[in-house]
Design a protein around this ligand. Structure first.
Ligand code: ZN
Length: 419
């Protein structure tokens, strides 16, 4: 009898938990292109609710905004858009199917892989960190790896230092994976590391003249959750005190003009800024590393997807930093090198053409508090055809073009050293 009771309660529990795909069944992604400031304003209000999942955020007139609605909310979204006078197209008609297709493609590519780490498929957090450790053993003259804290769920976070010159060399801080579902980000950051260590002779000048401080996956719990439960999870996985609603948006959590614009105080929202600034331990860990190397840091690059955008502060306001022309000029050069590889076009996003402000981003903090002059947020491939489900065949081309852009940034700080 007791066994039966246990079995019955287990079955009830199992029925109550959604399977990884069931909650996406019937979900669709709608693309709208705002044409007025009023429409942008309305959309930036809608993003704060917890009804919809904005795959891309409202930024400016004429720039597409992709909104995922679950089956239950679709009629409501359609009527809201209609009332706003916003025409929509269905960007993804079957989200569950798209997620499944990427899953199958990645599993197939993983089965073919012969090495523990490669760039023909996406890799788990544990695979990435094990690979980082192996680099420290295999290339001791080029890099070191340090444990720099643990995540909310206890995963070790690692920082890789890359460079052959003195610690006083100009430093470039790079991170990836702040938003869990943006898989191309850690894949690209690890590609960059691999390119440097495999071809250190080719890049001897850069490695001797610049130090890189790299954290490829700074939201480990969220990333692990995208593998185990919900491929489209964005936030961290901390308890919020609200049942059923976990995690904060780590890119709204940084302590510079925190919560002043474009962030939500609702723990169920995808842009929940956290209960206080730096509530998320993972962001504290990254912040502390930036502060540790602050004296030498000249650039901060944080990789997201998708949209193909190279952006610089400010995010919290539509005002520009006083040195924006210098940031813009380097961004232009980096993007032009990027486009030269495979023809991928990027927009350079400055506050001048962005109407929607969002505070608490890591790039704003790096510049505003960390005093890192050249601070950039880069939204990698694509422009929405695959979105977060970018096929594994695109990892290498994305890595190749992004690496060329990074070389431009690194060489920029090297130039004075070349006599
Ligand atoms: Zn992102």
């Amino acid at each position: 009898m007791k066994t039966l009771l246990v079995l019955a309660s287990f079955l009830l529990l199992a029925a109550a938990l959604p399977t990884p795909k069931s909650f996406l069944h019937g979900a669709q992604v709608f693309r709208v292109v705002p044409k007025t400031e009023g429409q942008i304003h309305y959309l930036s209000g809608l993003i704060k609710s917890d009804h919809y999942d904005f795959w891309t955020e409202p930024r400016a007139i004429g720039k597409p905004v992709d909104i995922m609605a679950k089956a239950f909310h679709i009629p409501q979204l359609k009527s809201t858009l209609l009332k706003l006078g916003l025409k929509y197209e269905i960007l993804v008609s079957n989200v569950a199917q798209q997620v499944e297709a990427l899953h199958m493609a990645n599993e197939k590519a993983r089965a073919k892989g012969t090495k523990a780490m490669d760039w023909t498929s996406y890799h788990t957090y544990d695979e990435i960190t094990e690979w980082l450790d192996s680099l420290a053993t295999d290339y001791p003259s080029l890099c070191t790896v340090e444990d720099v804290g643990t995540s909310y769920e206890g995963r070790t976070m690692k920082l890789l230092k890359l460079g052959t010159g003195p610690a006083t060399n100009p430093g470039i801080f790079i991170d990836g994976g702040i938003h869990a579902r943006e898989w191309i980000s850690p894949a690209t950051v690890t590609y960059i590391i691999n390119e440097f260590v495999q071809n250190s002779d080719t890049y001897a000048d850069i490695l001797a003249g610049v130090n890189f401080y790299i954290m490829p996956s700074i939201n480990p719990d969220g990333y692990a959750y995208t593998w185990s439960n919900d491929r489209l999870w964005r936030k961290t996985r901390s308890e919020t005190g609200t049942p059923g609603c976990r995690g904060a948006d780590p890119n709204r959590n940084w302590g510079f003009h925190w919560m002043e614009a474009g962030a939500s105080s609702n723990p169920c929202s995808d842009i929940f800024a956290g209960s206080v600034e730096f509530s998320e331990v993972e962001m504290q860990n990254v912040r502390d590393q930036i502060l540790k190397y602050q004296d030498t840091l000249v650039a901060y690059l944080t990789f997201h997807s998708y949209s193909q955008l190279w952006m610089y502060p400010w995010g919290y306001t539509t005002d520009l930093p006083s040195d924006w022309q210098e940031l813009d000029s380097l961004a232009q050069d980096a993007v032009s090198a990027l486009t030269g590889v495979h023809g991928t076009s990027y927009d350079i996003g400055s506050s001048t053409n962005i109407l929607y402000a969002a505070a608490g981003g890591s790039d704003d903090w790096a510049k505003g508090v960390g005093n890192v002059k050249y601070s950039y947020t880069i939204e990698l491939r694509d422009t929405g055809f695959w979105g977060f489900q970018l096929p594994p065949e695109q990892i290498i081309p994305t890595g190749e073009e992004t690496f060329e852009a990074l070389k431009v940034v690194a060489n920029f700080f090297l130039t004075p050293r070349k006599e």
